[in-house]
Design a protein around this ligand. Sequence first.
Ligand code: AMP
Length: 249
Amino acid sequence: MRVLVPVKRVVDYNVKVRPKADGSGPEVDNLKMSINPFCEIAVEEAIRLKEKGIVEEIVAVTVGPQQAQEQLRTALALGADRAILVLTEIFVEPLGVAKCLKELCLSEKPDLILLGKQAIDGDNNQTGQMLGALTGFPQGTFASELTVEGNSAIVKREVDGGLQTVSLELPAIVTSDLRLNEPRYASLPNIMKAKRKPLVTVTSEELGVDVSPRTELLNVKLPPKRKAGMLVRDVKDLVDKLKNEAKVI
Ligand code: AMP
């Protein structure tokens, strides 16, 4: 069984991102970049399936610039077997990414495509679903548990107020939620070994995909600063302030 794991290069989750001075976009130059945390969870899940003897090959893929090779090398160090960089110098929207992934699904014929539920930069939560629409493969989104039995993937999904269990016929698409697992760290020997694992580059043009954006970013700004809070003496004081100052009751 082969698993395709799309991973996205994003600004590290510990970094506080600010808008550029002219508001034309977020300032990302010289910031620490990492694998999107939900994609790390997807890689970990693929590795666990391989450790159980269910999966034979894990292929990590990213759509991004040359530098995104760093995140592919990280995925290889964690346990992916080989990697594919779909090279493009523009910032690709979820539809463009999904179209590239669809082409790779046709050539690589994965049994399972394990994505993150969302990328923490754009917070889109769209790529897995769009890939489902383009390929016609069944999808289990927001997975907190995944079991592969024969030709089916059983996915426990995190839905409002509880868990929903669905059974998908392979090939299928699964997007990982936070509770699916706790990703491991790459060991130094594995980081060294990852340098020798195969990583091929194709361009979006070679895949025959038009990745040009469908939306235009008009402006990026920080939310307005919140007013400082205040301490109230007692419940009476609180009710008084809510009534006469905030005028909310
Ligand atoms: P999004 O729909 O942008 O919130 O991203 C959801 C998931 O789609 C991510 O966690 C990745 O698994 C995958 N994905 C999104 N963008 C890319 C990209 N440029 N390259 C590879 N995978 C991506």
